[in-house]
Design a protein around this ligand. Structure first.
Ligand code: SF4
Length: 304
C-alpha cells in the first residue's frame, strides 16, 4: 500500500486545495482533540502507532514521485507525535523529501517541530501551526494531550526567526467555546507577533462521533450547539456544518483581524473562496523554492 497518497481522495466538494499529496508516518494521533474526526474512521484513533516499514515504503514511493511535488504532512495524524521525539520518522522523511526539491507543508500542534528547523530552513518548506485558542486552560479541555498554545506560539516565533515561513490554522472555531471576538483577536495578534504570515480559518464541521465528545467536554454549551448543528446547519460530505450566515460572520471577523495586521487570509472547506486574499487556501503559497534556487546557483557557478 502506498504511503504518499493523493490528498482528499474523496473529492470533498468544498475543498479548494491545490493538487497535493498526503504523507503520515503514523496512524492515529495521541493529541486526542475533542473535535477530531479521525475516530470516525480510524479504529482506536487516539492511540498513535508508527506505520510498518515506513522508511522502506517511503523510498519506493519517492522513486515514483515527480520532482517538486507538494506534500502535506500530515492530515489525520500530527507528524510530531510524542513518540516522534524518539522514533524520528518525520525527521527521516524530511531528510529524504527536502533534498529532492519536493515542497513540504507541515501541519502540527507540537513545538517538537523546532527540533527539525535545521532541515526546514534549507528546504522548500512551510509550517502551519494549528491554534484554536490562546487560552491554555481552554485548550486543555479542547485538545487535552496536545502541547499548549503558548508552546506552539513560542515554536512559531523560533521557526520564523530561523527563516521558515509560518501560517496559523485557527481551526476549528466552535460557537460558544472559542468564538469570542476578543480571544480570536488576541490569537491573531499573538501569531502575528510570532512572525506568522498567513491565517487559515475554519469552523467546526461535526460528525456524530466527535460532536458527542465536544458536548461531553462542554456541557454548558451542549444544548445550543446541538441546536445549531442538528437543526440550523447543513450536511456536506457526511459532516454537519453550522448555518451559512453564522459561518460567514465568524470567518469575516477573523479575516478582518488578520488583514488589519497585514496578514493574508483564507478559509478551509467553507465554500467562501472569495474571502481568501492569498495564493492558496492551505498556506502552501508560503513555501520558498530554496532547493531549486540552490541547484540553479550551482549550475550558474559551474558555467562561470
Ligand atoms: S492534532 Fe489533529 S489529528 Fe491529532 S487529535 Fe487533534 S485534530 Fe485529530
Amino acid at each position: 500500500m502506498r504511503l504518499i497518497t493523493k490528498f482528499d481522495p474523496w473529492g470533498d466538494p468544498l475543498c479548494t486545495c491545490p493538487k497535493k499529496y498526503s504523507l503520515s508516518p503514523y496512524v492515529g494521533c495521541s493529541h486526542s482533540c475533542a473535535y477530531c474526526y479521525i475516530t470516525s474512521y480510524i479504529p482506536d484513533g487516539f492511540r498513535c502507532r508508527e506505520k510498518a516499514d515506513f522508511l522502506a515504503r517511503l523510498g519506493r514511493d519517492l522513486a515514483r514521485l515527480r520532482p517538486g511535488s507538494l506534500i502535506s504532512m500530515a492530515n489525520s495524524s500530527d507528524p510530531y507525535q510524542p513518540i516522534e521525539a524518539e522514533r524520528g520518522l518525520t525527521r527521516s522523511a524530511l531528510g529524504r523529501l527536502l533534498p529532492l526539491g519536493h515542497r513540504v507543508l507541515l501541519i502540527t500542534k507540537s513545538d517538537l517541530v523546532v527540533r527539525d528547523s535545521d532541515l526546514l530552513a534549507k528546504g522548500n518548506c512551510s509550517v502551519s501551526i494549528s491554534i484554536s485558542t490562546i487560552d491554555d486552560r481552554l485548550a486543555r479541555r479542547l485538545e487535552p494531550l496536545a502541547p499548549s498554545p503558548s508552546r506552539r506560539l513560542r515554536a512559531m516565533g523560533l521557526l520564523s526567526s530561523r527563516g521558515i515561513p509560518c501560517s496559523v490554522r485557527v481551526d476549528p472555531i466552535i460557537p460558544g467555546i472559542n468564538d469570542d471576538p476578543g480571544g480570536l483577536k488576541r490569537l491573531i495578534a499573538a501569531a502575528e507577533g510570532a512572525g506568522c504570515r498567513h491565517v487559515i480559518a475554519s469552523t467546526y464541521k461535526a460528525r456524530w462521533d466527535d460532536l458527542r465528545r465536544v458536548l461531553r467536554a462542554f456541557p454548558e454549551v451542549a444544548k445550543g450547539l446541538r441546536g445549531l448543528y442538528a437543526e440550523g446547519g447543513m450536511a456536506v460530505g457526511g459532516k454537519r456544518y453550522l448555518p451559512e450566515v453564522l459561518r460567514r460572520d465568524l470567518l469575516l471577523m477573523v479575516k478582518e483581524f488578520s488583514e488589519d495586521l497585514g496578514l493574508s487570509f483564507s478559509t478551509c472547506r467553507e465554500g467562501f473562496p472569495e474571502l481568501g486574499s492569498a495564493g492558496s487556501c492551505d498556506g502552501s503559497h508560503l513555501i520558498p523554492l530554496r532547493i531549486a534556487a540552490r541547484l540553479m546557483d550551482e549550475f550558474l557557478d559551474q558555467g562561470r
